[in-house]
Design a protein around this ligand. Structure first.
Ligand SMILES: Nc1nc2c(ncn2[C@@H]2O[C@H](COP(=O)(O)OP(=O)(O)O)[C@@H](O)[C@H]2O)c(=O)[nH]1
Ligand SMILES: [Mg+2]
Length: 360
């Protein structure tokens, strides 16, 4: 394939004309890695980077989908277009939810300024994260102002998906146990903003305190030196939760402490505060240079990923390589050569195979 297939070229023209059907088809091509998906993504690359990507993660049932609907609606009211990528087989976006949720969903789904795609959960870890990112790339290139990425749970692949966003919102609920659970799951590290949802239920304040306590402990010393009498320095205990809250509300340009926002996603309470926190975080990202760094890191990771995939593909789809490997088996069986030596030799003799692709 040296040029774009005619139907892909037509699709791209329709995409540029901003036909809603074109974005849906482009997303499907990219999501399912249909032939030419990489050429298409390559052509769209220059148009990406305008959208703000917001990942919404947390345990199942925490209210991520409900929250996503409210956030999407608020953005729409502000005149912004919204793309939603949901990686959750039980979410209202995939039809797996209760009736009430679906009715709430439909109000958003019928709006042409909103595009929703739910992804099937894929087996491979890298596969899901990269497919999600690629779909977000398409939505970005199409011109959606905000892209909301909802992930299903708190496993390793969710953390990876969350890392593809500019801002990661970690949603916790009082009944999910305690903040320690979140810490163990690796959520503390990836959270740019914490949401304590279901704040209509008991325990919301306690959970918020726990989160702030942990953030405060991470921020540093809880003992603050105070000048004492007669030149003797005393130590004053400082509540780490207060340290975290003060840091989260301070407006430092190059420092970010995740704020903890309380929401009730069944009513939409707290949505404005959440959106304000996301905006503040974006301002921080821009001012501190972190946005550029995150995006650069993403591009770098992307190349590494593509190289890995292409190397695998080119090597193992090459008959010569497989045949040669076959000839090495007896020596390995006899203990004369190790798999490591064979691997090194294989790589050394594969330059032609590895560079067989057309540079794009
Ligand atoms: N009481 C209460 N229920 C909520 C709240 N937010 C969501 N729910 C309910 O919790 C359930 C799970 O919500 P959902 O958005 O699907 O959670 P997800 O799995 O994280 O996407 C649904 O039945 C919601 O109606 C809330 O703030 N308070
Ligand atoms: Mg959901």
């Amino acid at each position: 394939v040296t040029s774009l297939a005619p139907d892909l070229e037509r699709l791209l023209a329709e995409f540029d004309a901003r036909r809603p059907a074109a974005v849906a088809r482009m997303v499907s091509i990219v999501e399912n890695h249909r032939p030419g998906f990489d050429v298409a993504l390559g052509l769209l690359h220059g148009r990406m980077g305008r959208a703000r990507r917001i990942g919404i993660t947390g345990p199942p049932g925490a209210g991520k989908s409900s929250l996503t609907v409210h956030v999407a609606r608020s953005y729409r009211e502000a005149g912004l277009t919204v793309g939603i990528v949901a990686v959750d087989p039980t979410s209202p976006f995939t039809g797996g939810a209760l009736l009430g949720d679906r009715i709430r969903m439909e109000a958003v789904a019928l709006d042409s300024g909103v595009f929703i795609r739910s992804m099937a959960t894929r087996g491979s870890l890298g596969g899901l994260a990269s497919a999600t990112r690629e779909v977000a790339d398409v939505l970005d290139a199409y011109g959606f102002d905000r892209i909301l990425i909802e992930t299903v749970g708190v496993g390793q692949s969710e953390l990876e998906v969350a890392r593809t966003a500019d801002t990661t919102v970690v949603t916790l609920v009082p009944e999910s146990g305690d903040a320690i659970q979140a810490l163990k799951a690796g959520l503390m590290e990836i959270a740019d903003i914490f949401v304590v949802n279901k704040a209509d239920r008991p325990g919301a304040d306690k959970l918020r305190m726990e989160i702030e306590l942990m953030l405060g402990l991470r921020l540093g010393p809880v003992l603050r030196p105070v000048p004492g009498h007669h030149g003797v320095e005393l130590q004053e205990f400082v509540n780490p939760a207060k340290v975290a809250r003060a840091a989260a509300t301070a407006d430092a340009a190059d420092q970010w402490t995740p704020p903890v926002v309380r929401t009730v996603a069944i009513t939409g309470d707290g949505t404005d505060e959440l959106i304000a926190a996301v905006d503040r975080h974006y301002t921080y990202l821009e001012r501190s240079g972190e946005l550029r760094q995150r995006r650069r890191r993403r591009l770098r990771e992307r190349v590494v990923e593509v190289v890995q995939n292409r190397m695998q593909q080119r090597l193992w789809e090459d008959e010569g390589t497989n045949a040669w490997l076959e000839t090495q088996l007896p020596a390995m069986e006899a203990g004369e050569r190790s798999p490591f030596a064979v691997a090194d030799t294989l790589l050394a003799r594969s330059a032609d195979v590895l560079s067989s692709g057309r540079p794009t």
